[in-house]
Design a protein around this ligand. Structure first.
Ligand code: HEC
Length: 183
């Protein structure tokens, strides 16, 4: 029995090694693909560069979203400049609470805003496996929120895990990580 299964065990070990390689930082230290100091610092710069997004011309009305983003959502998009480079960004405002509706969230967005989730496309090579998207979940005041494992939701969230931004968005039609352009 043991000899029969040995090749499987070796194969499984090789797979695990291959999967964990991208998580190895260049200096040899283990680094998670998201939630690190650099990710949070970059997220802070993104938040600053997003300032005034409610006045951007490219936006949707408030509409009924699908779980897990909130009962009602509103999208905004443009290019913003972070660290001297222009990047496309899509912002989603997520509204909720007892009595929320498209009307009240449109009239008084601050009162119903629960979170601001963003996707910003970074430079080539940032995350080639996933179209180089940088993901963040902000509180309404721009703090980076955490997942139940106490990891900050900024960066390649949650690369290699079965749930999270990347896993779910990789199911979007057109293989582009975007749901809003699907039928
Ligand atoms: C379980 C699936 C799922 C997870 C997990 C998820 N999303 Fe989404 N996301 C959606 C769906 C569905 C939409 C389409 C709009 C809607 O109905 O809310 C969407 C829309 C978006 C959009 C607008 C662009 C688009 O795709 O149309 C952004 C930005 C976004 N999500 C960011 C995030 C971030 C950041 C995370 C992780 C913190 C995340 N999402 C996790 C399902 C998910």
């Amino acid at each position: 029995m043991f000899t029969k299964w040995t090749p499987m065990v070796v194969l499984a070990a090789a797979l695990v090694a291959a999967v964990s390689l991208p998580m190895q930082a260049q200096d040899g230290e283990m680094a998670a693909p998201f939630g690190g100091e650099e990710d949070v610092a970059y997220a802070g710069k993104v938040w600053e560069a997003m300032n005034g997004y409610r006045n951007w011309k490219l936006s949707t009305p408030v509409y009924k979203g699908q779980s897990p983003h909130g009962a009602y959502v509103r999208l905004f998009s443009t290019y913003i400049t972070v660290e001297g480079e222009a990047h496309p960004i899509i912002i989603k405002e997520n509204f909720g609470g007892q009595g929320v509706s498209a009307e009240v969230a449109t009239e008084n967005p601050d009162e119903w805003l629960k979170a601001v989730t963003i996707m910003l496309q970074r430079e080539e090579g940032y995350d080639s496996d996933n179209d180089n998207w940088f993901w963040v979940k902000f509180s309404p005041t721009g703090e980076v929120l955490k997942n139940p494992m106490d990891m900050k939701l900024a960066g390649r969230v949650a690369k290699g895990m079965p749930k999270g931004c990347i896993a779910c968005h990789s199911n979007a039609g057109g293989d582009d990580y975007l749901f809003s352009n699907d039928e």
